[in-house]
Design a protein around this ligand. Structure first.
Ligand code: FAD
Length: 411
């Protein structure tokens, strides 16, 4: 046997990245009988931002048969979203949404949550190599590939019939195949950390994300966790976000002091880690699939944190990709443009319309309007719950037009 052969594993599907997109895809493919191998650059548990889930992603965890494993870990249940300004507030209960679907989900420390998912797929017999990084990929004409990976001790190869790139912010295939393109959303900045308040509140407020309208171009989040700690963050125009000075901790303390919602809850709170600041996280790609590969989750692009769409789109794309890869490996012809790209673009378009309406200030006008129409509120609630493929909902079929008109009407 040559060195190449002894150093080569042969699988049906190689999955790059063990975040929620990768583990959902892996679980579905494994249950369909395919040999799956995951490579993950980091050692778990590892920190990643993206802690407030949406009810719609529960459908994907269910498809992947992962709900029970998550439930056993007692993450904070989330039943809604509350928008607050200095003087106003607006509460959405997912149970009151227009679309028939899940009325709740979780708020999770992603280090623990992603490890629960990864441990579960390993328990089911899926190979997962940690601290192993993809360095090169070569595709044959039939779409099969040989991927070179390395860990701290060695380099080896993985021959696969298909690749699911779920590498998140690593964007492995977009970088290797030159598929990246800039997002058409402006580059913004976020500073965030986990805090331990002096007094843990047990009010029902714990069971929702709080989104703070801080000023015209800065907003913030509070995401309570089941252990009494919370994730807090501020997001806005980079210029505005860089007006705070000093160490990361000093900058975060300035935000807490200057924002009513944060000041009331977190003055003198202990920081669990040094706050982190990131800029320019929105991203896009020129294509979502090619012969022998599909991009899922953040590797396929990322919009904006404001409506917590990230994990929902990551698990939706992971689940959809897994189903289509299985169909193709079964010998069926798959129309990837229609069944994959169009499906994802349909959902992304709705979130994007809401994100743009948020940064225009239209949604704030709608949320804080007096005497809201309950039916309209329930339709908007469904989008906030992640049900962005429900064609019965007019805020899914024509979101831009409705949001502009409604903001004019209430404003
Ligand atoms: P990830 O969870 O990032 O997993 C990808 C994995 O791939 C990582 O573990 C990484 O180590 C691995 N990897 C990378 N490169 C390689 C390589 N070369 N080889 C092997 N493995 C590799 N989303 C929400 O749903 N709710 C929120 O509240 C929310 N808040 C956010 C706040 C901010 C400020 C930002 C910027 C984003 C937020 N998001 C949120 C989005 C969320 O972070 C992502 O959408 C989500 O984590 C994507 O999941 P994923 O599985 O695609 O990628």
């Amino acid at each position: 046997m040559s060195d190449f052969e002894t150093n080569t594993k042969t699988v049906d599907v190689l999955i790059i990245g063990a975040g929620p997109s990768g583990t959902v895809a892996a679980s579905i493919l494994h249950e369909k009988g395919y040999k799956v191998h995951i490579v993950e650059k980091q050692k778990f548990p590892r920190f990643v931002i993206g802690e407030s889930l949406l009810p719609r992603c529960m459908e994907n965890f269910k498809k992947a048969n992962l709900i029970e494993a998550i439930e056993a870990n007692h993450f904070q249940k989330k039943f809604g979203a509350k928008f607050v300004s200095e003087v106003e507030n607006c509460d959405f209960e997912f149970a009151n949404q227009f679309t028939k679907g899940w009325g709740w989900t979780w708020q999770v420390q992603r280090a623990d949550f992603d490890k629960v998912l990864a441990d579960e797929v390993v328990k089911r017999g899926i190979a997962l190599d940690y601290e192993t990084e993809v360095t090169a990929v070569e595709f044959e004409d039939d779409g099969s590939s040989t991927t070179t990976v390395k860990n701290k001790d060695s380099e080896y190869h993985i021959k696969a019939r298909h690749i699911v790139d779920a590498s998140g912010y690593g964007k492995v295939l977009p970088r290797l195949l030159d598929l990246e393109r800039p997002s058409d959303l402006p580059s913004r900045t976020s500073i965030f950390c986990h805090v331990k308040p002096k007094q843990v509140s047990d009010s029902p407020e714990r069971m929702r994300i709080i989104i703070i309208v801080h000023s015209d171009n800065v907003w913030g989040w509070i995401i309570p966790f089941s252990d009494g700690t919370s994730s807090i963050g501020m997001v806005g125009d980079t210029e505005e976000m860089n007006k705070t000075t000093g160490t990361m901790e000093e900058q975060m303390r300035q935000w807490i002091a200057n924002d009513k919602a944060l000041r009331e809850r977190f003055t003198d709170s202990e920081f669990i880690f040094e706050p982190r600041k990131i800029t320019g996280y929105s991203s896009d790609v020129t294509q979502l699939h090619g012969k022998g590969y599909v991009l899922t989750g953040n590797a396929s692009g990322f919009l904006d944190p404001v409506f917590s769409s990230g994990v929902t789109l990551a698990t939706e794309s992971g689940a959809k990709a897994a189903e289509l890869v299985a169909e193709e490996l079964d010998g069926n012809v798959v129309d990837w443009d229609k069944s994959y790209s169009q499906h994802l673009k349909d959902g992304t378009k709705v979130f994007k319309a809401f994100i743009e309406a948020w940064y225009r200030g239209d949604l704030q006008k709608i949320f804080f309007s007096k005497n809201p129409n309950e039916k309209i509120k329930s339709q908007i609630c469904s989008v906030l719950a992640g049900y962005v493929w429900d064609k019965e909902n007019p805020f899914v079929t024509k979101p831009e037009r409705l949001l502009v008109n409604l903001a004019q009407l209430v404003g």
